[in-house]
Design a protein around this ligand. Sequence first.
Ligand code: BES
Ligand code: MN
Length: 405
Amino acid sequence: MRAPSTPDTPSSVVPLTKEHRLSRLPHRPHFLIYGHYDVQPPEPFELWKSPPFEPRIEGRSLFARGSCDNKGQNFAHLKAVESYLKTGTELPCDLTFVIEGEEEVGSKHLENFLTANRDDLKCAAVVISDTGMPDLDHPALTYSLRGIIAFEVKLHGPSRDLHSGLYGGTVDNPAMALCRMLAQLHDKKGRVAVPGFYDDVAPLSAYERKQMKRFPITESNYRKLLGVPKLFGEAGYTFVEQRSARPTVEINGLTSGYQGAGSKTIIPAWASAKLTFRLVPNQSPAKVRQAITKRLRALCPPTVRMELEAGHGGEPYLVSPTGDFAQAALRTLRQAFDREPIIMREGGSIPIVSQFKKILKADSILLGLGLPDDNAHSPNEKFNLDCFEKGMRMGALLWPELAKA
Ligand code: BES
Ligand code: MN
């Protein structure tokens, strides 16, 4: 039997019915709390110390796929609101939780839902805990996220795998061709070698660069945390700038030829790569996508046939950290963590954030509870239980602060 197909078109998005609507009092501010319950693929399973979907607590860590990114962080907000309800404490504002299941693939359908329900979802701001902080001593308000665009490139060579002894030297090997192409996506300075790619990049102000120097992780600790012998990145920028305020290209997956044990002497019939580019404020995903497509077509040799598939995309985000809500959020962090909070840019992407701004005209207040060693998108993802506890305090203290901001 065929599985029922999922509705996919904007017209399938139904506005909220009367029963779904919460009666809202006109004088109370309304905030959304956004998060996601979908997760990145848990593979490779063999690297997990315990099954990814059976949460396990060890010390102050809860291990599971999605524990940090993003269920644990959402749960902190739910528990905080629950404490208001259980103690009969009146919330100073109306709240709507918007927890979706497509964040990790670009939030395509939620965008339609926002449009269809823009009146009901009208709000003063959106609160999101789906980012990070450098450590428990530095709670953070994030004021910028990178955007993203994804591609899948597939090169087709011979009509079947060929004996590499019999035919090697006479046909192009698609895996070799793909490596040659991909290697040309960086120049010698570690910049993305796509004509026009940097055209709209907003330069970093001297002031912001100075502030970024105060980021509380040293380069050598950062390097050790990631387990690399040396850092790599765009020349002329610090690692803090490179990871959050400069655009990049990455190969996320690379597949071709024989993957089993031992050797197999073939020229594979095809080779493919999954690529993502991170974008920074002022870059337009549509415009950059065109430039990249053009570049890949130009790089593709005539000896293979290229198939190029466009994947998800999301715009970069930047909001002033000096606004009233941002200041209220910083006061909340100070109280909840009993530490001086920092403001920072993050390199990850939350595609719907720019749509909250466009469709609902609402800024997002990004109050992340993730730690650098939480292994997001990686085996043995965890959520720190101290972050969870402080996060619940943050969630409880936040609403009075935001409501009066
Ligand atoms: N929670 C992350 C985004 C994030 C993490 C931002 C840490 C800042 C700091 C989110 O779930 C995520 O991973 N998003 C994807 C989006 C993409 C697949 C469309 C990303 O950034 O890769
Ligand atoms: Mn994620």
